[in-house]
Design a protein around this ligand. Structure first.
Ligand SMILES: *Cc1c(COP(=O)(O)O)cnc(C)c1O
Length: 378
């Protein structure tokens, strides 16, 4: 098959060929019930197969270069359903350290309760993963770039390790988005997304995706119908519209983030910058191999005498808010937001200091963003 370029796939994938009433965009089908005689499927929102869900499933699968996908009502619905679809009591999971807080919380709460064992790796090299392998290991779970320190895990190395030990491999690809990295094409079995972030892109949608082979997605689907975390037609349509601009948005965010990271790297009031696009970043070489852009997230530490909250309040273009991935630039202190569920000692153990700031770079002008930061640092 002749694979179209990414930006073309953003527009045409999942698009109806014969358009009702000749409109240019897919319609919204709010119906929860469909005629069943002579149809070969029972269509119902919680079966994840209404027209708006099906078009979106096709769009994200095409963008990730995979065979199949499911659209969920949140990123955590996609993640929790996918984990439970493959795990049983007595199984063991290798979990990369420093992953999304909600996923860590799910693992701590639910795995313990249902007798699923897990080991959190103490590094991100292949040896750190291999060392934790057990006889009952069934799955390996990674997230790269990681939140909030933008650490990089070698996707191909982990996929190869999983294959050679018959483990299911899963990745949370939220931070990179399929614009910058398509892990399924590098051998990962299941790719997960919080579409609330870059795929939605406008800070007004909560949704999630699981992407993979038809066989793996069928397995997840059989659990998804039980757990019921589906997405309504109206929000599916909004998300479909957002994803048409995914390529242009994220490439602009990559470009702005690179400019800001370079500016911060040379600023005397900044202690450290975490951005995989910087040559000094320890994961830079791996990032160059597996990413086509370095993403819109930049983390940095102010010198300890600078007050991180006063700095955030002096910003005029960038807004201090919790989430990320929108067209507007936002910033937060991970220690009081995404990582406040950890004790200070646990945070420090992961390298998350109180001086750390996590910036989600939007699509405003590069000059205005750099000026905003420069003035707030003064
Ligand atoms: C936000 C986020 C999630 C959870 O997604 P929700 O849509 O909030 O459920 C999972 N992983 C990462 C990396 C995230 O940033």
């Amino acid at each position: 098959m002749n694979m179209q370029d990414f930006d073309t796939r953003c527009i045409v994938s999942g698009q109806l060929e014969s358009r009702p009433n000749h409109g240019t965009v897919n319609p919204i089908y709010p119906a929860t019930t469909y005629e069943y005689i002579d149809q070969n499927a029972n269509v119902y929102p919680r079966y994840f197969n209404t027209p708006n869900q099906a078009w979106l499933n096709e769009k994200i699968a095409t963008l990730e270069g995979a065979a199949a996908a499911l659209t969920f009502g949140s990123g955590m619905a996609a993640i929790s359903t996918s984990l439970m679809a493959f795990l049983a009591p007595g199984d063991h999971v290798i979990v990369q350290n420093s992953i999304y807080g909600g996923t860590t919380n799910f693992i701590n709460k639910i795995f313990h309760k249902y007798g699923i064992e897990f080991t959190v790796t103490d590094g991100r090299d292949l040896e750190d993963f291999a060392r934790t392998l057990q006889e009952n290991t069934r799955m390996v779970y990674i997230e790269t770039p990681s939140n909030p320190l933008l650490a990089i895990t070698d996707i191909r190395a982990i996929a190869g390790f999983a294959r050679s030990h018959q483990l299911i491999s899963m990745i949370d690809n939220t931070f990179a988005s399929p614009v910058n990295q398509t892990p399924y094409t590098m051998g990962i079995d299941v790719v997960l997304h919080s579409a609330t972030k870059y795929l939605g892109g406008h800070s007004d949608i909560c949704a999630g995706f699981a992407v993979g082979s038809q066989e793996h997605i069928d397995q997840i689907w059989s659990y998804a119908k039980c757990f019921g975390g589906s997405l309504n037609a109206q929000t599916c349509h909004l998300l479909e519209r957002s994803m048409k601009t995914l390529g242009v948005r994220v490439r602009k965010q990559n470009q702005n983030a690179m400019a800001i990271a370079s500016f911060l790297e040379n600023h005397p009031k900044v202690e450290r910058v975490f951005y995989p696009g910087l040559v000094r970043h320890p994961g830079h070489e791996v990032a160059v191999r597996q990413m086509s852009g370095f993403g819109g997230m930049v983390s940095f530490e102010l010198r300890s005498m600078e007050d991180p909250f006063a700095f955030q309040q002096r910003l005029r273009v960038i807004t201090p808010t919790l989430s990320l991935g929108g067209v507007e630039s936002t910033i937060c202190s991970p220690f009081t937001t995404s990582h406040d569920y950890l004790s200070k000692a646990e945070r420090l153990n992961q390298g998350i200091r109180d001086e750390l700031l996590r910036l989600s770079v939007g699509i405003e002008s590069e000059k205005d963003l750099v000026t905003d930061i420069a003035e707030a640092l003064q």
